[in-house]
Design a protein around this ligand. Structure first.
Ligand code: NAG
Ligand code: NAG
Ligand code: NAG
Ligand code: NAG
Ligand code: NAG
Length: 217
């Protein structure tokens, strides 16, 4: 209830919403929670708003949610699971220290920007919590290590940005062996969808060379 109070305070800010191609500013505070959930906006931008909690009562048909440049410290999949159509979630420049993926599969999510937060590890999860995620940016987070099987819950990842992280700093472990492995069981790994990361940005890190034998081609 504390989060809810904070969130309803936060929505006094005017949301910017898009319906098809046109943008409009809408004051969601004047709408009831039911009406907001039932509205047909598919894109919502709530940036630079000092938001400290994930907003509640968002339109259920939302496909793109931009919460960049706020003060969120934590996000979990329960909140995101209420948005079954969500494909793009932008959380750039917040204060995220934790992102918790639960047992719900967020099957629609394809594009997730977590850059410039305070994450010290790749958010881990249960098997395939994000089965269709293609694009992930963790750039500008204080990651010192990529743990084994770090990406096993993102089996369809194609683009990964680890630029400007602390990988390789002060002899930290950097990218561990099996970091990109999908499973420790060869049988399971063979039966999982192909893991073909075709863009990996490691610029601006402290890594001197790649030692990991299972580095993606
Ligand atoms: C939004 O609507 C609420 C309630 O109708 C009002 O109190 C508030 O001042 C409005 N905010 C803006 C930014 O217009
Ligand atoms: C939600 O929208 C539908 C269709 O626009 C409408 O029939 C229904 O009554 C609305 N429900 C609520 C709770 O407003
Ligand atoms: C939000 O804040 C950032 C950083 O302070 C600034 O660069 C950007 O222009 C702001 N965006 C809007 C829409 O005000
Ligand atoms: C997820 O966040 C919501 C709202 O902030 C909270 O009520 C819930 O307990 C959290 N769930 C977990 C598993 O942390
Ligand atoms: C990775 O993120 C950094 C910081 O946002 C950006 O400058 C860079 O262009 C990104 N890399 C790619 C390949 O998009």
């Amino acid at each position: 209830s504390r989060a809810e109070t904070a969130a309803s305070r936060d929505v006094t800010t005017v949301f910017q919403l898009a319906q098809e191609d046109s943008w409009e500013n809408v004051n969601l505070t004047s709408m009831s929670c039911e009406d907001r959930k039932n509205s047909t906006w598919i894109t919502l931008q709530l940036t630079n708003s000092s938001l400290t909690a994930f907003p509640v009562c968002l339109p259920e048909v939302l496909e793109t949610l931009d919460l960049s440049n706020n003060l969120l410290e934590e996000v979990n999949s329960t909140e995101i699971a209420n948005l079954p159509q969500l494909r793009t979630l932008l959380l750039r420049q917040n204060c995220l220290q934790a992102v918790r993926w639960g047992s719900e599969a967020l099957s629609s999510l394809q594009y997730l920007d977590l850059s410039f937060n305070k994450l010290s590890s790749v958010p881990s999860c249960h098997t395939s919590s994000l089965p269709n995620l293609r694009w992930l940016s963790l750039a500008g987070n204080p990651l010192t290590e990529i743990q084994p099987l770090a990406f096993s819950c993102y089996p369809r990842l194609q683009f990964l940005n680890l630029s400007a992280t602390l990988l390789g700093q002060d002899d930290s472990k950097g990218i561990r062996e099996s970091a990109f492995a999908i499973s420790t069981s060869p049988h399971e790994a063979r039966n999982r969808p192909e893991n073909t990361i075709n863009m990996l940005d490691l610029s601006g890190t402290f890594l001197e060379k790649s030692k990991s034998p299972d580095f993606p081609p």
